[in-house]
Every structure is written in C-alpha cells, then in structure tokens.
Write a protein that binds this ligand. Structure first.
Ligand code: NDP
Length: 342
C-alpha cells in the first residue's frame, strides 16, 4: 500500500516538500476491525490546520504521520460481523490506499442508493456542515437575505440551496466569473459576486449593497478576509453569523496578523456586533454528529431527487493529492475536491 505522510510543517502556504509519498505495509485487521481498499479520498480545508503545531480543537498530524482524511472504499477483509468483503464504507482512512479501523468507526454505504463519492461531500461532512450551521445558528426565515462565500464548494452550495428552498434571497461570493455562473446557474443563487474582481473590501461592499437592497440577515462565514470586511457594515439588526471557516487566513501564519493586514480591527468588528445585536456562533461540526441522521433524512431525498444539486471535482491518483490540496486552498477546485485513489 501507499500513504502520504506529513514530511515537515509548512510556513505559510504548504508546498510539495511538506508531504512524502511512501510505501507501507498493508495492516492486518485485528478483532472487530475492518480493512478497506480506498477508492476515493476527500480533501478539505481543515487539513491545513492539522499541518500546524498550534493549539486547536483537534490534535495536529505528527511529522511522519499519515495525513488525515475521510475516504470511501471497499471492504477487503473483516474481523467484524457488521462488515463483509465487498461492502462499501466511509471512514477516516487518511491519505492512503488502504485503511484499517474498528467497525464502530465506519459508516456502511449502499452504492445502489447514492454514488459513494457523495459520502465525502453533499451527503457527508461538508454538506452536513452547511445544513447544520445554517439551520442551527443561521435560523433562516423566508424573505431574508443570506450571503455566503466559497459559494460553489460543498459547504457554500449546500447553504445557498437550503436557504433558497426556505424562501431567502441568496447572494453567493465566488472566485472567478465561471464559478459565479455555476453559483447562479447550477446552484440557484439569486446573484453571485466574484471576490477577485474587486480590489478592496470597499468596492466589494458597494457591489454587495446593490445585490442586498434590504441588507444582510445571515452571513454564513466560510472565508474571513476581504469578504468579511465587506459584509460586516451591511448586517441588519438581529442578524446571524454562523462562523464555519476562515480560509482566507489559513495560510496567514497567525490570524491576528492576517486580520490586521486586511484592515479588520477588533474594535470595529466588536462594535458592529454590539450595535446590530448580532448573534455570532462558532461551531466545529465533529461535535454535532447527533444531527447527522436528521440531515440525511431531510437532505438525501432532495439530493437524489435533484432538488439539491452538487458538483464534484475528482483528481486522479493518491500521488497527486498534495498538489491538488495546495491548489484547492487557493480556489483551484470547482466543486467538492475528491481524489480517486484507484
Ligand atoms: P471549498 O471546496 O469551497 O474550497 C475552499 C474554497 O475557499 C476555494 O475553492 C475558494 O473558493 C475559497 N477561498 C480560498 N481562499 C479564499 C479567499 N482568500 N477569499 C475568499 N474565498 C477563498 O471548501 P469547503 O466547502 O469544504 O469549506 C468551506 C469552509 O468551511 C472552509 O473555510 C472550511 O474550513 C470550513 N469548514 C468548517 C467546518 C466546521 O466544522 N466548522 C467543517 C467543514 C468545512 P473561490 O474560488 O470561490 O473563492
């Protein structure tokens, strides 16, 4: 088998040298364990955080350790009565061709129900994140206006579509004219702005103001940076901001410094939260999987029925995962980034 290990910790943006592609022994499953041949692996922005040694909500990947990832594949050996060879499963198998985990850590998949790749995106962690963050903290109401960036990614596209189905005006923000067209075409956003087309937050704000004539009630925070700065003064009283991610700063090497460079001062932000009575909720989805069955029950029929669209960007080959990951952090992906491992 092969795996990709963290070779060194990045300073700023990761480079190919931070990863090493290595041969390894295929593990033998012990009692209660299941061995899986990975078919598809997920690449997600959170993996950038795992490469750092900083204090966080999750332990870093140790240098020399296999990079963390959710993946789906076929069971090839099992010491558990719950899985047999030929079954398909999702698990945290890492950046690797094979993974061996206790059966209790796996989720069985039925390829006849939905393509197994959907367990990595629209019907997996990212889709669930969008649905949970919006319904739990966004508290959408018909007639309101929602803004979300990374609008064509698996989180943003779920947020936009669930909000639209709830009767909101949805304004996406995405990188480039093609992604904006995807946002309004495939994902049904009422409007989409290209954040790269605006030199500064003030210009982006002017454009946003036009697309949000009644102000913004929900800003689903995926990116931070220039977008946050543009949005904040447009928030309506009693607005809600689920804080999901801040990818614009993941490579900044210190959020404080990154934020200051963007002209976002703590006093300005704080004042906005105060005078507009905003509800700001950070959340980490791994703490909320008790709602996952409800998510699947509500959302899977809409995905399978075509009411909620999704898009996957599938790169070929485990050895290409580092380059694909680096590209994704800068917006190189179009839809949910997946790697086809076999
Ligand atoms: P995406 O597939 O949307 O990929 C990331 C996207 O971020 C890029 O494609 C790019 O889109 C956008 N981006 C990158 N840099 C910038 C920038 N400087 N300014 C604006 N946009 C930028 O990712 P996901 O849908 O998987 O995740 C979206 C967010 O949700 C991330 O911040 C992620 O960390 C967070 N997240 C949080 C979770 C939680 O538990 N809180 C769980 C899952 C995800 P574009 O080209 O359109 O700008």
């Amino acid at each position: 088998m092969y795996r990709i290990a963290l070779a060194s910790r990045p300073e700023g943006a990761p480079t190919a040298e931070n990863f090493s592609y290595e041969a390894a022994q295929i593990p033998t499953p012990g009692a209660g364990e299941v061995l899986v041949r990975v078919h598809y692996m997920s690449l997600d922005p959170y993996m950038r955080g795992r490469m750092d040694d900083a204090k966080s909500y999750a332990a870093p990947v140790p240098v020399g350790g296999t990079m963390e990832a959710g993946a789906v594949g076929e069971v090839i050996a099992s010491q558990s009565p719950h899985f047999k060879p030929g079954d398909f499963a999702f698990g945290m198998f890492g950046w690797a061709t094979h993974g061996c985990l206790p059966a209790s850590h796996l989720r069985k998949l039925d390829p006849a129900q939905a393509p197994i790749t959907t367990a990595l995106g629209v019907l997996g962690m990212p889709g669930f994140t969008g649905w949970h963050g919006l319904t739990e903290y966004g508290k959408p109401k018909a007639g309101e206006t929602l803004v979300v960036a990374a609008a064509t990614g698996p989180v943003g596209s779920m947020v936009g579509q669930v909000a639209r189905l709830a009767g909101l005006r949805t304004v996406g923000i995405a990188g480039g004219a093609d992604k904006c067209e995807l946002a309004t075409g495939r994902f049904g956003f009422d409007a989409c702005l290209d954040h790269r087309a605006y030199e500064n937050a003030r210009d982006l704000r002017t454009a946003l103001k036009q697309e949000c004539p009644d102000g913004i009630d929900i800003y689903f925070e995926n990116v931070g940076g220039k977008v946050l700065e543009a949005v904040m003064p447009l928030m309506n009283p009693f607005g809600r901001i689920p804080i999901c991610g801040m990818i614009a700063w993941y490579n900044a090497g210190g959020l404080g410094a990154g934020a200051r460079d963007q002209g976002l001062t703590a006093p300005g932000l704080w004042r906005n939260i105060l005078v507009n009575f905003l509800s700001v909720n950070g959340f980490i989805i791994s703490n909320h999987f008790d709602r996952f069955p409800q998510f699947l029950q509500e959302v899977a029929p809409k995905v399978l029925g075509g009411e909620i669209a999704y898009l996957e960007d599938i790169a070929e080959g485990l050895e290409n995962a580092p380059a694909t990951f680096i590209s994704m952090l800068g917006g190189g992906n179009v839809g949910k980034q997946i790697v086809k491992v076999i």
